[in-house]
Write a protein that binds this ligand. Structure first.
Ligand code: FES
Length: 57
């Protein structure tokens, strides 16, 4: 399932970036994958996913 439709970034890809590539902020997800750089509708979901992953780590 896409987390960011505009940039075609899947939830799995975003989780992998957080778990394996050391991404710890929405800004980094934006910089590395373009999340939230088009319509911005994915930002709340991206923020929630990031918080969930960081809480689990
Ligand atoms: Fe992510 Fe549009 S869905 S910028």
């Amino acid at each position: 399932m896409y987390l960011c439709v505009c940039k075609a970034v899947s939830e799995r890809t975003a989780r992998r970036a957080i778990r394996e590539q050391g991404v710890v902020s929405l800004r980094e997800l934006t910089r590395t994958h373009g999340i939230g750089t088009c319509c911005g509708k994915c930002v709340p979901a991206a923020r929630a996913l990031l918080e969930e992953e960081l809480a689990a780590s």
